[in-house]
Design a protein around this ligand. Structure first.
Ligand code: OGA
Ligand code: MN
Length: 287
């Protein structure tokens, strides 16, 4: 298998051709994919009609999988399901249903599982059913964002820590969308604002819609800083948008990019995206 590489955006992202993820991926090919992931932060592989078992097998090559929080329709499994189809019947879920409202939080720029003490390494999203229009996923490079900060801002945020929680990001959509039990499952955690890639030393600005405020600062002050940094990080020059085709697989580095979903006509079209998530190996804040 010889792989081909095509850049998706001047600052980040690569499309890899020549791989077949429906079959076991050997160590040499995986090594190239893993290296591309570390370098480019977003990796697109097209025409990969994988099933759940094949997705899990490929995902495991990156490391141990996370188990999804119970608020997602696929909670308790290795999958996070982004879909307007009922998991059991396949029937379209009405827009006012709690499960559709829960998914609206994906419209905010975020990184997956920053609300966990050990945040996720990467996510793999497989396009199983894709609407013909809308439902694109957008990405923003947090390395480009960090590099683009003023020296004064870099110094200001170097040691700052933000509090992240699923309850906070979901409250932006609807404060009642999570039950008390679902909130208790993932209590607030702390994450550094600046993360360093252990392999290449590149720094990323670790913001996310899960981040509510800065630890040891008045809420409003920290909130204003997070809003300013997120606006900076998501300026058009740092963003790339993907229009899905069935069979696309995207791997993204949750340490180095933000992503967000965009709307589609969820009454007219079907959308089913299956996500597997690879756990990180350490907290960003050491006690
Ligand atoms: C996710 C996510 C965006 C989308 O799966 O983590 O945010 O476009 N998905 O479905
Ligand atoms: Mn996500």
């Amino acid at each position: 298998m010889t792989l081909t590489f095509r850049k998706l955006h001047p600052l980040f992202g690569v499309e890899i051709g020549g791989a077949d993820l429906t079959r076991p991926v050997d160590a040499v090919v995986f090594g190239e994919i893993r290296a591309a992931f570390e370098e480019h932060s977003v990796v697109l592989l097209r025409d990969q009609p994988i099933d759940d078992a094949q997705q899990v097998a490929f995902t495991r090559l990156f490391g141990p999988l996370e188990t999804t929080v119970s608020a997602n329709p696929a909670g308790g499994t290795a999958f996070a399901r982004q879909s307007n189809l009922d998991i059991n019947t396949g029937v379209v879920i009405p827009p006012e249903d709690r499960r559709m409202i829960y998914q609206k939080a994906n419209y905010f720029w975020h990184t997956d599982s920053s609300f966990k003490k050990v945040p996720a390494l990467c996510s793999l999203l497989s396009g199983r059913l894709c609407p013909p229009e809308g439902g694109d996923t957008e990405f923003a490079s947090l390395r480009a964002a960090y590099a683009g900060l003023s020296e004064a801002m870099k110094q200001k945020i170097e040691t700052l820590v933000a509090e992240h929680s699923l309850a906070y990001s979901r409250s932006l959509v609807d404060p009642t969308v999570l039950t008390e039990a679902q909130k208790a499952e993932v209590p607030p955690v702390q994450q550094r604002l600046v993360r360093v890639n252990p392999i290449n030393g590149r720094k990323a600005l670790y913001v996310s819609s899960h981040a509510s405020h800065i630890v040891d600062q008045p809420f409003a002050e920290g909130r204003a800083l997070l809003d300013e940094l997120t606006a900076h990080a998501t300026q058009p020059a740092f963003c790339w948008s993907h229009q899905w085709r069935q069979g696309d697989l995207i791997i993204w580095d949750n340490r180095a990019v933000l992503h967000r979903a965009t709307p589609y006509d969820a009454v007219k079209y079907k959308r089913l995206m299956q996500r597997t998530t690879v756990a990180g190996d350490a907290p960003t804040v050491t006690p």
